[in-house]
Design a protein around this ligand. Structure first.
Ligand SMILES: [Cu+2]
Length: 172
């Protein structure tokens, strides 16, 4: 399922490109240099998998380093755990408690508190035991960003840090 979701935009773009070239007719050169669609076809630069550790309220991966401005998919693999978990990326460490407490009242939104949305950069859905969820977002400017599980009682120990570093300027 996640695999087919990943590939489907590529297929759609390929189909669109094919349709476009057919419409433009044979007299025109192949549109290899046409600008790429800006949003829908954005490629993911990095995929990071975080596993929830068995019955411990901890992530297996607690430190992630990524380049600012790149696109990342963070996948939460909850297949080894017997509890629901999520990953919520926050703007600052001193927001963990505020968001964690607010999450207790946020059952309707899977424990992601909408009232604290300004403190949340990205979040996954709630992963039931045995499932995998993911989120894709642009890595924020250089700095340290905490990620926590906001399922009730978990934010105290279920934490990690995403460190965003300056993008290396070696883009060809
Ligand atoms: Cu959790």
């Amino acid at each position: 399922m996640p695999r087919s979701l990943l590939f489907s935009p590529i297929v759609l773009i390929a189909a669109a490109a094919l349709a476009t070239s057919v419409l433009l007719g044979a007299g025109r050169a192949p549109s290899a240099v046409a600008p790429r669609p800006a949003s829908s076809g954005a490629a993911v630069d990095t995929v990071v998998t975080i596993r929830a550790i068995g019955s411990a309220l901890e992530y297996e991966t607690t430190d992630i380093e990524l380049e600012a401005g790149t696109t990342v998919t963070i996948r939460l693999d909850n297949s080894a755990s017997s509890m629901p978990h999520n990953v919520v990326l926050l703007t600052a460490r001193d927001q963990i408690r505020t968001v964690g407490i607010a999450a207790l009242q946020a059952q309707q939104t899977d424990y992601v508190p909408e009232g604290e949305a300004d403190k949340i950069i990205a979040h996954t859905a709630l992963a039931s035991p045995g499932t995998v969820v993911e989120m894709t977002f642009e890595v924020p400017p250089p700095g340290e960003y905490p990620y926590v599980c906001t399922y009730p009682g978990h934010f105290q120990t279920m934490r990690g840090t995403l460190t965003s570093v300056e993008r290396s300027s070696s883009t060809p």
